[in-house]
Design a protein around this ligand. Structure first.
Ligand code: NAD
Length: 344
């Protein structure tokens, strides 16, 4: 049994990863500040689902709710720390309490469009926050981590399918630039201080507990309420959707990889490897929900890339990663979760 520190552990991916590590018998420390990018109550439900805590929560106000949650879920295997990754003192206090095997750094402000509206904040959380994590790891002798990067770093100039060895020096959103910066900082700390690193470039992740601001979740919600869905551009943009179960499998494999070796710095794509167009995604939603979508046609948004398409040969070779869930069956699972009251 090992102890892992997961930043952003109350989020979509972080809560699934926490659950998986707890199931494997490990100890998990979640560090999360419950940002308001989307409703903090969704993150409370994520933590309850990750820890298998059945308690019914009557929400009051955020601070009290988070205090109550921390007490509720504290156990021999799990600790929730409500803290900001930019707060070095808080990180030091958290890391001083026990030996941590490795960090999985998922905390970030996500979202291409939002990053254009608040570029300085994105820089502070995604870049400065990552540096605080790296410095804390150095201070506490934690020599291994897996860090979330993004397919957005490929921009519009990479040839599909995107290979990790392609030059990525033309990010077209602030978000993508912050993720590329994390990759660079990870390399520097690996070079200077020997921190073993796997940078995972996640490709649009979906499934149960998906962020409510992301297309599939948002579209299902709006279609179920008979409201129009925002439809950007001509519908021909393509996304390589990746089911959450496959992302968690790949992340666990990356953790295993980095733990079992020294002298490691790798950037690895985790994608579904079967991109589809926005138009096709909406058709499938119509089919699965048995409803016609009303389209609110809008111009293509600045920062949105034309296509994402993962070459997963490196993930297959180094990690033995092979995505198992098709877009259609992932969609069915998401809809079942959504219609089932969004628990678990
Ligand atoms: P999410 O928003 O659900 O989770 C991120 C978590 O980080 C949230 O719970 C948030 O409260 C926390 N957080 C944000 N700022 C923080 C701070 N300053 N201190 C402490 N906690 C903070 O997002 P997600 O979809 O689970 O994404 C996880 C990671 O994966 C992110 O780094 C994201 O950029 C990356 N990623 C996600 C996708 C995707 O499709 N979901 C694709 C590519 C990359």
């Amino acid at each position: 049994m090992a102890t892992y520190l997961i930043t952003g552990g109350a989020g979509f991916i972080g809560s699934h990863l926490s659950y998986a590590l707890l199931q494997q018998g490990h100890r998990v420390i979640n560090v999360d500040v419950f940002t308001d990018l989307y409703d903090y109550r969704a993150k409370i439900r994520n933590v309850l689902a990750a820890t298998g805590c059945k308690s019914v929560f009557d929400f009051r106000y955020k601070e009290a709710d988070l205090r109550r949650l921390s007490e509720l879920v504290r156990s021999a295997d799990y600790r929730l720390e409500v803290a900001d990754i930019r707060d070095r003192e808080a990180l030091a206090r958290i890391c001083a309490q026990e030996r941590i095997e490795a960090v999985v750094h998922l905390a970030a402000l996500p979202g291409v469009r939002a990053s254009g509206l608040q570029p300085l904040l994105f820089q502070e959380v995604n870049v400065d926050g990552t540096l605080q994590i790296l410095e804390t790891m150095r201070d506490h002798g934690i020599g291994k981590w897996v860090c979330a990067s993004s397919s957005s770093v490929y921009g519009n100039s990479s040839k599909a399918p995107f290979n990790e060895s392609a030059p990525v020096d033309a990010p077209i959103s602030v978000y993508a630039a912050t993720k590329k910066s994390c990759e660079l900082l990870g390399y520097t700390y690996h070079h200077l201080y020997g921190i073993d690193t796997v940078m995972l470039r996640f490709f649009t992740v979906f499934g149960e507990r998906q962020r409510p601001d992301l297309a599939i979740h948002k579209f299902v919600r709006l279609m179920e309420q008979d409201e129009p869905i925002p439809f950007f551009g001509d519908g021909e943009t393509m996304r390589d959707y990746t089911y959450i179960g496959d992302i968690i499998d790949g992340t666990l494999r990356a953790l295993n990889y980095v733990e079992g070796r020294s002298g490691v710095y790798e950037i690895i794509n985790l994608g579904g490897s079967a991109p589809i167009t926005l138009r096709r995604m909406v058709e499938l939603l119509e089919e699965k929900l048995g409803r016609k979508a009303v389209l609110d046609r809008l111009p293509k948004q600045p920062g949105d890339v034309e296509r994402t398409d993962a070459d997963i040969a490196k993930a297959e070779k180094l990690l033995g990663y092979a995505p198992k869930t098709s877009f259609e069956s992932g969609l069915e699972r998401f809809i079942a979760w959504y219609k089932g009251g969004q628990v678990q």
